[in-house]
Design a protein around this ligand. Sequence first.
Ligand SMILES: *Cc1c(COP(=O)(O)O)cnc(C)c1O
Length: 430
Amino acid sequence: MHTHARSQALFAAAKTRMPGGVSSPVRAFKAVGGSPVFVTRGAGAWIEDVDGNRYVDYVLSYGPLLVGHAHEEVVAAVQDAAAKGTSFGACNEYESALVDKVRTVMPRIDRLRLVNSGTEAVMSALRLARAFTGRDKIIKCAGNYHGHADCLLVQAGSGVATLGLPNSPGVPNSTVKDTLVVPFNDLSAVETVLYQYAGQIAAMIVEPVAGNMGVIPPVNGYLEGLRRVTKEHDVLLIFDEVMTGFRVHPGGAQSLFGVTPDLTTLGKVIGGGLPIGAYGGRADIMSWVAPEGPVYQAGTLSGNPVAVRAGLATLDLGLNKDMWAGTASQTALLMEELASIATRWSVPMQVNGLGTMFSCFFTDAAVTDWTTASTSDTDLFAKIFNAMLKFGVHLAPSQYEAWFMSTAHDAAAVTHTLHAFDKALKEAVG
Ligand SMILES: *Cc1c(COP(=O)(O)O)cnc(C)c1O
């Protein structure tokens, strides 16, 4: 068995109709070779492709599916919502319920605005930060990804890195001239920039645990240091928790590390697999958002009941303390076992992770930033990726993406994965 004939035919056809045959570039198999699989269905930890192959899935739609594919309670919530009308362009009671749910686990968020994607959340938070401070410049970290808004498409991690685009054509220099890039995990680089551009910087935006150059936790004191130095310079600190929210801790990185940003951006898990995003934070800043304040930001489908209820159901299930802790310990176990298999095959590998997300880098160097992340042997990754696919494990087709776990990744799924990894390493280096 294990043919990809139907997927290949569908991809060949898609390429004649859609740029690169995909709706988002990370899905093409450019970095690993071969042809992407077309998925027909998912259930729990597993997905099935159009050729009938089954895989344990670590993509989980790039993070949102904290409770796995097609969880019956999420499906029921979506069905019930859809049957009553998908969108009204009017208020519904579930919006505040979702905001309340987020605020229970991230209590430092005073006000939250719902939008339709992580990109939109970040774009809006930056507009707000610039308006509130009356300044234009922003600081970002090399290898951090914050969506594809023009001003942030500089040294932007996985998608961009995988395709080898340092930047994108179509992004005017005038748009990125106010974007200052520093290395991740380097506090003194931030301080230097804060002094050099004193009085001109609106905000620093950061993935508090980097997830888009592979997973890289902050070094000791980094986030606390960012909080201190940005405050000293009256610069807003924005945590982009679109990925880390509910994955590194039930209350995100801000709860795990006890560091309070001025603004937070969210997405992925809060929509449970439907399109959503959100930005929020200090009441005095959020009061600048229209209609309360002058900063315009709107959305036809924002807060629609289908996405909101999918998110609510996902958070209700996934943030249950025992469920979440169980998934995190399953993740820790998997990381440990993967590392010992790599040792057995003498493959240099660093496993970085936190909570329910992790990455394997094929390098001797400890991975703490973009420079060290890019020492990973991406040719070896490509071989392992393809072998894993053959042995029934679906990873993201890039070295620089995270592996995500769900509450549905049980012992059977983990055991299947470990067998596959052993066979994959045998094939790659044995
Ligand atoms: C995925 C991601 C985004 C973009 O979210 P979209 O919903 O894809 O627009 C922004 N920031 C981070 C940290 C992300 O991981």
